[in-house]
Design a protein around this ligand. Structure first.
Ligand code: NDP
Length: 314
């Protein structure tokens, strides 16, 4: 190890609810964690407006504000929050190595991965422009804002079906836009959607444009068989075409499922590499909530602390 190479006990990668919660716990345990924020400091919540389902905020909170609060709380106990991107890791020998911004290296006894996931988008200009103004990739987060209104949701997988069912409980009608003549979702989810009288499936339809200036007022679709276009009047436009975990730099190093989610030992945040823990959406494609991410961030910090103690690294 060169004299200049820095070594830390706990390296946290990512700055969403999982990363900051891990930081709060690790710093309060006296482990002086270093956290790298990644390219989107604060994570997915920074592109959300009101967060109304995180306990402890009875009046709701803006997503960016909440992540600011998380950061301050982590820093208060001594977490060093650094703006930078971990561009590579080496888990072949201990201490582990992480490369920051393709230049600097840092050594770590334990690594907590909380790099999150990113929603996939259709790639329309109008979708980007109206993001947070009626366009959302999270029905559980934003569905409530459209209660009593008609909404549209794109996708035909389990997520789209689950979110369409969720929206149908709140909204007056859900238009489900499916690009093929069948759903990809599991049979049980398909049945649930098809038996719900508030959900109308538009088969073989694709989105051409989300309509609205300041907020979503509708959507323009095209039938990809007939070429016939139609417009729907909706207040909310949900995109549920999948998520991508931000785990590329760990490929080949950690066990992952077919979609790139890190596999953890059941009931823990332990990966197949001792001392490397995974929390939040990088290892969870089912719940994907801020509060569940925070919960697994807490678990990762406690497990890192125990690992350090067991290996006499504290
Ligand atoms: P999936 O990849 O399973 O489904 C994506 C859906 O979006 C497909 O219907 C796909 O269409 C459609 N789609 C993709 N790109 C576009 C596009 N550009 N325009 C229009 N439609 C598009 O993603 P999910 O997020 O639904 O699920 C991910 C994984 O998580 C799956 O393994 C799923 O089973 C699992 N999951 C499990 C849940 C549970 O068990 N409760 C809940 C949610 C997810 P096409 O079929 O034509 O490719």
């Amino acid at each position: 190890m060169s004299e200049k190479t820095e070594k830390v006990k706990v390296l946290i990668i990512g700055s969403g609810p999982a990363g900051y919660t891990a930081a709060i716990y690790a710093s309060r345990a006296g482990l002086s964690p270093v956290l790298y924020t990644g390219s989107q400091p604060g994570g997915q919540l920074t592109i959300t407006n009101d967060v109304e389902n995180y306990p402890g905020y009875p009046d709701g909170v803006m997503g960016p504000q909440m992540m600011e609060d998380f950061r301050k709380q982590a820093e208060r106990f001594g977490t060093e929050v650094r703006y930078g991107l971990v561009t590579g890791v080496d888990f072949s020998q201990r201490p582990y190595t992480a490369t920051i911004d393709e230049s600097k290296e840092i050594l770590a006894d334990t690594v907590i991965i909380s790099t999150g996931a990113s929603a996939k988008w259709l790639g329309l200009e109008s979708e980007t422009r109206l993001n947070g103004k009626g366009v959302s990739a999270c029905a559980v987060c934003d569905g409530f804002f459209f209660r009593g209104q008609e909404v549209a949701i794109v996708g035909g997988g389990d997520t789209a079906c689950e979110e369409a069912s969720y929206l149908a409980n709140i909204c007056s009608k859900v238009h489900m836009i499916v690009r093929r003549d069948e759903l990809r979702a599991s049979q049980i989810m398909q049945k649930r959607v098809m038996n719900n009288s508030k959900i109308e499936i538009l088969w073989n339809h694709e989105t051409k444009e989300v309509l609205g200036e300041e907020e979503v007022v509708g959507v323009r679709l095209v039938n990809n068989i007939t070429g016939i276009e139609k417009e729907l009047t909706v207040g909310g436009f949900f995109v549920a075409i999948g998520h991508e975990p931000n785990t590329d730099i760990f490929k080949g190093l950690l066990d992952m499922d077919d979609n790139g989610y890190i596999i953890t030992h059941p009931g823990t945040t332990k990966t197949n590499v001792p001392g490397v823990f995974a929390s939040g959406d990088a290892q969870d494609h089912v719940y994907r909530q801020a509060v569940t991410a925070a919960g697994t961030g807490c678990m990762a910090a406690l497990e890192a602390e125990r690992y350090l103690a067991a290996n006499e690294l504290t």
